[in-house]
Design a protein around this ligand. Sequence first.
Ligand code: HEM
Length: 409
Amino acid sequence: MTDDDKVPAAELYTEAFAADPYPTFARLRTERPVCPVGSPRFDSWLITGFDDARAALTDPRLSKDLYGPDQHYLRIFGPNSEGLNRNMLNSDPPEHTRLRRVVSQAFAPRRIEALRPRVAVIVDQLIDKIIPQGESDLMHDFAIPLPMTVICELLGVPPADHGRVLDWTQVIRTSGSTSRPPAEERAAVQEAQLRLHHYLADLVRAKRDDPADDIIGALVRAVDQDRTLSEAELVTTTFLLLFAGHQTTADFLGNAVLALLTHPEQLELLRATPRLLPAAIEELLRFDGPLPVASPRIATEDIDYQGVRIPRGSIVGVAINAANHDPGHFADPDRLDVRRVRGPHLGFGHGVHYCLGVSLARMEAELALSALLRRLPGLRLGVPLAEVRRLPAASPFRGLLELPVTFTV
Ligand code: HEM
């Protein structure tokens, strides 16, 4: 790839792109559906059409094994990332199959359904605290703490520790959005990752001495009794569940509420017809999902997509949010339509890495959105849309830093 071929980082990672990436995604999908892009983090190739994206997510020539002999992780996460990131998401079968099997039972639809009453209580407790305020930053008061509390309880993180775990994960999530110099910010992220790593390793040791009926307890048994997991994999799996289990859901809830507040007729439709909610959640995820580009894949050989050659060793990004706005698959794709007949969007991925937490994410979203609509009448944005602060365009996640709202009490 030469610098002339590349879509420059300066064109993609702008404030305008962070506010609305869909015109740029549409242009790329039409003009250069498979193209090299520069980025402040690492250069990669971007795939933006729906059919190509779906094919790429199951293409065995696109590997997720970042910690194999070629050490691709060095380009993506940098050194010292192994202790947290060498997990199922960054591995291929058969390793992936082994790592996923150990926890898949805990996220099976029936097990998740049994959590519904408890999640409803957490939702209500958060809204109880918001109501007397008359206004709220819904990211801070609701969208972040809800999935964080749920995943911490599932894993078995003691309630007294939720606060500091939240602080560390927020440093990682919001990196690039503070006014600190980049070197200082990188150091803060590394520090937060290190602290989280030590904390999780200590927690695992504590669960070994005092066995518990939670996911970490089950993982400890998988290490000690079945030897299906190494001690290091126990920690990386816990980190993945903790991070994947709240970050995407929090950003999804923020994006979903913002989309409804900026499409009041859709909000009213949903208020008037609550049975539309499950389909509306899929539409909101298609419309503005929290993971614009799937996690990085590596081309294990030269690969042709759309007659364009992606050279061996390239990092490949599958642009989920671009694919989900492909007019070849979704009529009038930039229109939010909660009545849209549910089409197979890629918001939860596709193939062996398809989201493990899909049932939990859907249940949390259903309880969260129905409670917000029911209990906060007159919900509206507290600032003009242009003033809503977002994660930076270069963040791997699409989400809001704050979501100020008002409502009638
Ligand atoms: C709305 C919320 C969520 C969205 C949009 C979402 C989206 C995704 C996507 C797109 C992937 C595939 C990534 C790729 O192929 O690169 C994925 C994987 C994953 N998700 Fe989710 N997710 C959500 C919530 C959750 C929750 C609540 C959990 C709970 C633990 C979770 C756990 C995981 C895990 C462990 C993986 C890796 C699976 C594997 O590698 O086999 N996610 N998610």
